[in-house]
Design a protein. Structure first.
Ligand SMILES: NC(=O)c1ccc[n+]([C@@H]2O[C@H](COP(=O)([O-])OP(=O)(O)OC[C@H]3O[C@@H](n4cnc5c(N)ncnc54)[C@H](O)[C@@H]3O)[C@@H](O)[C@H]2O)c1
Length: 399
């Protein structure tokens, strides 16, 4: 087991524990007298390691509530439900709320813990790659509101995050790749040689997957699972490396006053893409919205957070080039590299929306500060810079 701390000044305020199996969680729970758990129902039903997780919770006398997670139910109402359940079960100020699930579950349960009785302690067992490398680290909690993503929330650190790759074995391939996009984003920000290692590993996994499935007609799910097991050691090392990068940035700037902003690489574009894609889904249900009809869907299966970040990262690389060189309409080396690596990992990163469509949404984005918006621009792999730009500047540069 490895432990990575998040600091506030010299004080460790949160710890990230990485363990090969879920059994290590039991020791982490030991110091807590009264523990309540929110568990994603998909995890409980599909993840082989969930049986051991449930045994640990039973032995530790933890009360458990299962929830369904979706962006549509990532709402204040769901947070209130969690608080009501805590009240019904007499959770006092000494309680620890444990959340086992992906970013939706940890964001919601974390938020509930922050407001219940003015704040109780909480901890996470992230069960998606995206939450292991990103969402469950750094203390951002929150919910969607009024069609804006994560617009309501609080930054407060979990007592601990227990990262266990066993929990990923049941994760659908598409959700797994969503996490790969966030991992690559992390290494574009701070490399230490890990970006290329990650790109190579996931390219290899993808190539092996295609050979087994396309050439030998094997079952996709079991091939995928087998490949994750085969490459578990390299994967674990990369997950821990990404967690270390995020922990370091958060320790230096917990409340996103400065350096932490760089973790938003690709996200300003990504949020706009997610909003537009969501509008399309609504249009499918109601063809009168904004004149969109079901035939206009760019993302018939929706877009995952990581997929949106992948597209956003490519757009950020293009913007960086236009901003720094100011004379280029060509696809640049960095944009080409990032998008080729993403495609090689089977992560689609083509943006179907115009810059004007994106800008209209970004205008309302929560990160808008007056006229200017922070954009994180990659200069090279491992080097990013945050600049403030108006949307008019961005539209001109990206034309
Ligand atoms: N707090 C932060 O700093 C932060 C950072 C990035 C993203 N986020 C948030 O995270 C959310 C996305 O989270 P996510 O992509 O981790 O996952 P998720 O919570 O959206 O889950 C994706 C799907 O996978 C299922 N699932 C989860 N774990 C599984 C497992 N082990 N086996 C089978 N199915 C499983 C879930 O039930 C769900 O259907 C977004 O709402 C985003 O805003 C938060």
């Amino acid at each position: 087991m490895e432990q990575i701390n998040i600091y506030s000044g010299k004080k460790a305020v949160s710890r990230i524990v990485t363990g090969d199996t879920i059994t290590g969680l039991e020791a982490c729970l030991q110091p807590y007298r009264s523990v309540f758990a929110i568990v994603d129902r998909n995890v409980a039903e599909k993840c082989p390691a969930a049986a051991t997780l449930m045994e640990i919770l039973k032995r530790s006398k933890v009360k458990v509530r299962f929830i369904d997670s979706s962006e549509q139910t990532k709402t204040l109402e769901s947070v209130m439900d969690i608080c009501a359940w805590l009240l019904d079960n007499n959770a006092d100020r000494d309680a620890l709320l444990l959340a086992a699930g992906g970013g939706i579950t940890t964001d919601m349960a974390g938020f509930a813990a922050c407001i219940y009785k003015r704040g109780v302690r909480f901890a996470y067992v992230p069960t998606t790659l995206l939450s292991q490398v990103d969402a469950a680290i750094g203390g951002k909690t929150g919910v969607n509101f009024d069609r804006y993503k994560n617009i309501l929330g609080i930054i407060r650190q979990p007592a601990f995050t227990y990262i266990c790759p066993q929990m990923l074995e049941s994760l659908p391939k598409r959700d797994f790749l969503s996490g790969v996009a966030e991992m690559l984003k992390t290494f574009v920000i701070e490399d230490n040689g890990n970006y290329q290692k990650a790109a190579d590993l996931f390219f290899d996994i993808q190539s092996e997957f295609h050979v087994e499935v396309m050439m030998y007609g094997k079952d996709e799910e079991s091939v995928w699972k087998g490949l994750l097991q085969k490459h578990r050691k390299s994967l674990n090392q990369l997950i821990a490396a990404a967690a270390r990068v995020k922990a370091g940035v958060v320790s230096r700037d917990q409340f996103e006053k400065d350096e932490r902003r760089k973790l938003n690489l690709g996200h300003t574009f990504a949020h706009a893409i997610e909003t537009l894609a969501q509008k399309e889904v609504l249009a499918r249900q109601d063809s009168s919205i904004d004149g969109l009809s079901a035939e206009d869907l760019h993302f018939p299966d929706g877009v995952t957070h990581g997929e949106a970040v992948a597209i956003g990262m490519v757009l950020a690389a293009r913007l960086a080039d236009r901003y720094y060189r100011n004379d280029s309409n060509e696809t640049t080396a960095l944009e080409a590299k990032i998008s080729n690596d993403l495609w090689d990992c089977d992560i689609p990163c083509y943006c179907p929306y115009s810059i004007e469509e994106l800008a209209a949404i970004m205008k309302k984005d929560k990160k808008a500060e007056g006229d200017r918006i922070h954009f994180v621009l990659p200069r090279s792999i491992g080097e990013v810079e945050t600049v403030e730009l108006t949307l008019e500047d961005v539209c001109i540069l990206m034309k």
